[in-house]
Design a protein around this ligand. Sequence first.
Ligand code: PBG
Length: 332
Amino acid sequence: MKILGSFPKTRLRRLRKSKWIRNLISENNISHKDLILPIFVREGKNKIEPIKSMPGVNRYSVDQLPKILKQVKFFKIPMVALFPYTPENKKNKIGSEALNSNNLICKSLRFIKNEFPEIGIMCDVALDPYTSHGHDGVIINNKIDNDETVKILTKQALLQAQMGCDVIAPSDMMDGRIGAIRSVLDKNSFKDVNILSYAVKYASNLYDPFRVAVGSSSKLKQDKKTYQMDYRNSFEAIREVGFDLNEGADMVMVKPGMFYLDIIYKIKKMFNVPVLAYQVSGEYSLIKNAIKNKLLKEEAIIESILSFKRAGACAIITYFAIDIAKKINSIN
Ligand code: PBG
């Protein structure tokens, strides 16, 4: 690209002289419409329990979900992502609670679809909140078995769709699961249920606060490097996305977010499909703690979200969604 203009005829600061002109020429913006709020659900009644690893984030019993959903509705945040904190006694080696039509996710889906029908709901497809070993799949001969796991995941996805889930989001990183899930959904008259694939999910150190939130962290003995991606790689991400799009994914996700902006940019350039970013728990807690300790100003949150937009993401899953929606109009 040829750069036109030169100093002193051209002064780039002329376009920064006031708030209104900065607003007029801004290349990227965020809106409440770009946000997805993750919500953790727990058993019991009348419970709102703070999560130690994620300051400011709570686990809600189903009856208390309106406390947070009223805010989601008020700020017109389009979608929430549900995650369960499964009681210990319901976990086992094969994560069978994932297929219980009365599990926390199913209960929440029915409740939210009834009480807040205008809010979109996405659900993770993976077994880690339900297994006694904390892995996303079943272990056979000491390995996470791909094909056996996919069989269970298709059932989990179908159950979620039957309960009213709008967007099925497989986060397990098994090969071939998008195609398998798409065909099961189509065969069962769920042709319009979306699939948002966690196509590019790295084996990251930034998920630990989340694992505490869903209660899998103390269970997990090894890392997830035999199924989640190696963070030294970027071209591999292109293969992952290509496969998932061929198998029927409507949208793809890059996860984590901030350390992987190069990947978001590449995927958007290459495929020009909806790319979503997940600002994961570790990113959240880092920024949140720095703000709490007065090392950073709150506007750092907005800056972090804008970085995803610049890179090419159309929407962001973030634990800051409500804080951002509150702030959006007061900044700039
Ligand atoms: C489970 C899952 C994880 C996250 C979302 N779904 C953790 C993991 O893969 O271990 C992480 C989200 C976050 O850190 O905020 N498959």
